[in-house]
Design a protein around this ligand. Structure first.
Ligand code: PHE
Length: 472
């Protein structure tokens, strides 16, 4: 039950920022955010998402890093150490470990798509094809079960390989070179997107309110995505924070990570939607958006093969640095709590997740995890809104498990942790000590009320409450 004797630490705070930003920036920014923005009609959805990042995500990020750095343990042990043995707060830690399993199981399928696209780009598969032909490649991949299984397996193997290498060598080294490269690549594509004729329309779509498209489910999705994109609510930042030195600054670190993450997500939208509108494509194209649009745009540029290969390879790496943190939560739980060796823990957890991902890899087909599954879930989500296994996992993990875990983390830091330790921890090494009470107030009041209201709204209870108190 005890911790490893010598706990590894980051070589520098910069190393931590890169790794934590590596966890935050991933498929959530480049694949998921643009496509859910497209589906929810842009505008208001983006605004609510930004509000969630600032008012809910940022305080919880500070809470997580604070917990990890103070306890120097992975989530379950951290909750125990900062409260009492057998404390019910440990449930929040376990929920996090479970969320790590669920998320990585389907995350790896999408990362597999990016791997396949890297392969396609490198072998010149987009050259000389019309936009329609290029778009249709995604559908072929999506429905091809064996191809999905193959790439899902490959991606899990790579992830397991990196995590076995340990905290510093594995994670830190990868993030240091590849994160800035991804950012640069997005900037180049953004420069390109600015010259297309769909740019104005795209800008309008992303930033001007279209309130009529916003639904209660959309608000829940914006909140859930704020957690997902910042890697919050499941202890990833607690785990990374546990490798920090005691006097590394929580506040400026959290702000840096959140700003970087948000920038890349917005940049991804400003790259993708101009392409969408210039080619008369559909903004609500679903999970295939980035895989359809980027190759179409790049196929019209000189050096298609080169740029497309780099672009998708960087996405694979961005996904990898996120996947590492997802796996690390489960792995460090078994190391810290069960005394397993790093390699045993990594292999066992990694293989279990790979198996759990099989149904997700088969979700694009017509079979029991695909269309049939979606048909069956119409009972819950209504006619035509059924979800296949993959969609259901994503929905449950991002929209319910992460916000619920985040709520637990916020309540824990706001009400359970000793006030002195909390204040000392927040102010240690930071220039922003004066923000302390603002942070506590957000965690105490706004976060719980906000998250619960969004939950109630999503299950349809909120409108009734508003009616009863005469506001609806
Ligand atoms: N933040 C990652 C992304 O946006 C996904 C992730 C979620 C990673 C939760 C760790 C924990 O792609």
């Amino acid at each position: 039950m005890s911790a490893t004797p010598e706990r590894a630490h980051w070589k520098s705070r910069f190393g931590f920022i890169l790794a934590a930003a590596g966890s935050a920036v991933g498929l959530g920014n480049i694949w998921k955010f643009p496509y859910i923005t497209g589906e929810n009609g842009g505008g208001w959805f983006v605004l609510i998402y930004l509000a969630c990042i600032l008012l809910v995500g940022l305080p919880i990020m500070m809470a997580e890093i604070f917990i990890g750095r103070t306890a120097q343990k992975s989530p379950v042990g951290a909750f125990r150490d900062l409260s009492t043995p057998k404390s019910p707060w440990m449930l929040v830690g376990w929920l996090g470990v479970a969320a790590g399993f669920v998320i990585l199981s389907y995350y790896s399928v999408v990362a597999g798509w990016a791997m396949h696209y890297t392969y396609l780009s490198a072998t010149d598969a987009f050259a000389g094809k019309s936009p329609e032909q290029i778009s249709s490649i995604f559908g072929e991949l999506y429905t091809n079960t064996s191809l999905n299984l193959f790439w899902h397996g490959m991606f899990m193997l790579v992830t397991i390989g990196v995590v076995i290498g340990g905290v510093q060598q594995g994670v830190e080294r990868c993030s240091k070179i590849l994160m800035p490269a991804l950012f640069l690549m997005m900037l180049i594509l953004f420069g390109r997107a600015m010259t297309t004729d769909g740019f104005g329309q795209a800008f309008d779509f992303i930033f001007r309110g279209h309130a009529e498209k916003l639904t209660a489910a959309g608000v829940l999705e914006a909140l859930g995505h704020a957690f997902f994109t910042l890697s919050l609510g499941m202890g990833a930042m607690i785990t990374y924070g546990s490798y920090l030195q005691k006097d590394d600054d929580v506040v400026s670190t959290s702000v840096t990570i959140s700003v970087l993450d948000t920038l890349i997500a917005l940049l991804a939208c400003m790259v993708l939607f101009p392409i969408t509108f210039s080619h008369g494509m559909e903004p609500a194209a679903g999970p295939g958006l980035v895989f359809k649009n980027i190759p179409v745009a790049l196929s019209q540029m000189p050096g298609t093969t080169f740029w497309a290969t780099i672009f998708f390879a960087l996405i694979v790496f961005a996904a990898l640095t996120s996947a590492i943190s997802l796996l690390e939560v489960a792995v460090s739980y078994f190391i810290d709590e069960k005394g397993w060796s790093r390699s045993k823990s990594t292999v066992v957890c990694g293989l279990a997740i790979a198996l759990l991902g099989i149904p997700s890899a088969m979700s694009g087909g017509t079979g029991i995890f695909g269309e049939q599954f979606a048909k069956a879930t119409e009972v819950i989500f209504g006619e035509g809104n059924g979800k296949n296994w993959f969609d259901l996992f994503d929905y449950l993990a991002s929209n319910w498990m992460l916000p619920l875990g985040g709520l637990g983390i916020a309540m824990f830091v706001a009400w359970r942790v000793g006030p002195e330790a909390r204040e000392r921890g927040f102010k240690a090494g930071s220039k922003f000590g004066s923000l302390y009470w603002g942070w506590v107030a957000l965690l105490r009041f706004l976060v719980p009320i906000g998250v619960v209201a969004v939950f109630l709204n999503a299950i349809g209870v909120m409108p009734r409450i508003l009616q009863v108190i005469g506001l609806g």
